[in-house]
Design a protein around this ligand. Structure first.
Ligand SMILES: [Zn+2]
Length: 289
């Protein structure tokens, strides 16, 4: 599943090819249309395929930003509005001259939305498992969960927000791993990066938040920020279906010290797994206390 660094990578690539361009045409796949008539709402949320097309067609892309794991396309046509996209499990954007140019068959077969840009190229959205989301909003607040997200981890107020939240009655007794993975506490620390940061800090994922000193929690927060930045630098991690807009994989997965490991690289112990907050957590029973 693409996490913050992967989404950041996608945004940085889309920005230079999309900003200033007009969306000349929009395509929505039959699969998406059928899912809507079946009441399933795959990918396009709270908007009919035809009104989605109508709204986007003729608009100009004025900005492309990342907020947590969401991509915000700022669009202008009789006023400004947003196309907000979450990549879900396997969403990917491709910037190509034609759909045939999408590098792998599995992505080519699952193209669900295509934006034809005024330079003649396509921004094609492929989503193998269709857990991704697209919403057309007049403003962020039209989809309230967006307003509940924690500050960006790189923002000045993010550390204080994390410390306050982790001490609040709602979170203080929860396992630290569940706390740091909660998007209202820290934006964008999904399973991979939470696992890596806890291993780096030698903190057991199941330890209750209040049993970790404020100083250690501040250090843990910094470890998360460091790992996110390292991953952005490495082009993100490719676990299964993540690709950048040219179809390339990231390199961060080669640097994992704990995520997906059977043995601890530090002490050689066999790693253990626990279900925490519904997610499988890998940890070293010797190094992490
Ligand atoms: Zn170990």
């Amino acid at each position: 599943m693409p996490e913050l660094p992967e989404v950041e990578g996608v945004v940085r690539q889309i920005r230079p090819v999309a900003i200033g361009k007009k969306i000349e045409d929009v395509f929505v796949s039959d699969t998406i249309r059928l899912s809507k008539t079946g009441g399933k709402e795959a990918v396009l949320k709270k908007v009919e395929a035809d009104s989605f097309i109508e709204r986007l067609k003729g608009s100009q892309i004025v900005s492309v930003e990342r907020r947590s794991k969401y991509i915000y396309f700022g669009l202008r046509k009789d006023g400004e509005f947003l196309l907000v996209n979450h990549l879900g499990m396997s969403g990917a954007w491709f910037y190509v001259g034609s759909l045939m140019a999408i590098p792998e068959d599995k992505f080519r077969k699952h193209v669900h939305v295509v934006l034809t840009l005024s330079d003649g190229n396509l921004l094609a959205y492929s989503d193998i498992r269709r857990f991704g989301e697209m919403r057309v909003l007049n403003e962020e607040g039209d989809y309230p969960p967006l307003l509940l997200m924690a500050p960006e981890p790189f923002d000045e107020n993010a550390l204080q927000h994390f410390l306050d939240m982790s001490e609040s009655p709602k979170y203080r007794n929860k396992p630290i791993k569940e706390v740091i993975m909660d998007g209202q506490v820290i934006s964008g620390a999904g399973n991979i990066y939470a696992t890596e940061a806890l291993f780096r800090m030698k903190i057991h994922p199941n330890r209750a938040a209040h049993r970790i000193s404020r100083k250690r929690r501040a250090e843990l927060f910094q470890a998360i920020v460091d790992i996110l930045l390292e991953s952005i630098e490495a082009g993100g991690s490719t676990i299964s279906d993540y690709r950048n807009i040219n179809g390339e994989s990231g390199g961060m997965q080669n640097r994992f010290a704990m995520y997906g490991k059977k043995q601890c690289m530090t002490c050689g112990s066999v790693t253990k797994t626990l279900k925490i907050g519904g997610r499988t957590s890998v940890f070293c029973p010797t190094c992490q206390k």
